[in-house]
Design a protein around this ligand. Structure first.
Ligand SMILES: O=P(O)(O)OC[C@H]1O[C@H](OP(=O)(O)OP(=O)(O)O)[C@H](O)[C@@H]1O
Ligand SMILES: O=c1cc[nH]c(=O)[nH]1
Ligand SMILES: [Mg+2]
Length: 219
């Protein structure tokens, strides 16, 4: 897997990243969602550079302009619920993408430190030969990403796979690197050092789903 850690290069991305982490700014829910969406747009733009292009000609009122255009059939799949604003950002750029949604959440059994990933809802088009973009803002242990991909397998074999995430822990990045084929990509805004004993990314940003949509009751 090729890992593209986009904040390693200075850009406006760092402004959005600092705002979603900042304890004094992140509680503005609308701004949090919009910043995740903006990061989705930037990661989508970066990802687009690795896709396949074909020469085209566009007729203007005054002549013809040659331009290379993307030829990939894109399927955007995001993991509910924190994936929704990231999905919107990607969809802002990949106008004609097909879309898949899957739910994955951590079910805590006996204590906050042990959980399993529950996949319930899944709506997905045919993935055969398509370019699958799998989006989830937080890549902590990496278990949700891998469980999601397992659940998508009956829908066909994608031609290529791009994972898109906002903040990852090194542990989760290593886990997905070992679980996905070497020709797949991870586009990520930042990679943090570690996880705490509840599986939260440190320093991370807290709980992305709660910051975007409000706290949920455990069930
Ligand atoms: O890499 P992992 O260890 O699997 O953790 C990451 C998962 O945790 C978050 O979802 P969460 O379970 O908080 O659900 P939510 O979107 O409903 O808040 C996040 O959106 C990922 O799906
Ligand atoms: O740090 C983390 C880990 C999982 N999910 C989150 O929202 N944040
Ligand atoms: Mg959450």
């Amino acid at each position: 897997m090729q890992i593209h850690n986009i904040s390693q290069q200075n850009s406006i991305l760092n402004t959005f990243l600092s705002e979603i982490r900042n304890i004094n700014i992140q509680n503005d829910r609308m701004r949090f969602r919009r910043n995740i969406e903006r990061i989705g747009e930037i990661l989508g733009y970066e990802l687009s550079k690795s896709l396949n292009y074909q020469s085209n000609s566009v007729e203007t009122p005054l002549g013809n302009s040659d331009i290379n255009l993307m030829e990939n059939d894109i399927v955007l799949c995001s993991v509910l619920r924190a994936g929704v604003p990231l999905h919107n950002g990607l969809l802002n750029y990949f106008d004609n993408a097909e879309n898949a949604f899957i739910s994955a959440y951590r079910h805590h059994k006996d204590n906050p430190e042990s959980f399993e990933i529950i996949v319930e809802y899944l709506a997905c088009p045919n993935l055969e030969g398509k370019t699958l973009v799998l989006a989830d803002p937080m890549l902590a242990t990496g278990q949700s990403m891998v469980a999601t991909f397992e659940a998508l397998k009956p829908f066909g074999t994608p031609k290529e796979i791009h994972l898109v995430s906002v903040i990852g822990a090194q542990h989760g990045v290593d886990f997905v690197q070992n679980s996905f084929e070497s020709n797949s990509h991870l586009w990520i805004a930042a990679i943090d050092e570690t996880l705490n004993d509840k599986g939260y990314i440190i320093p991370g940003l807290g709980d992305a789903g709660d910051l975007a949509f409000g706290e949920k009751l455990q069930h």
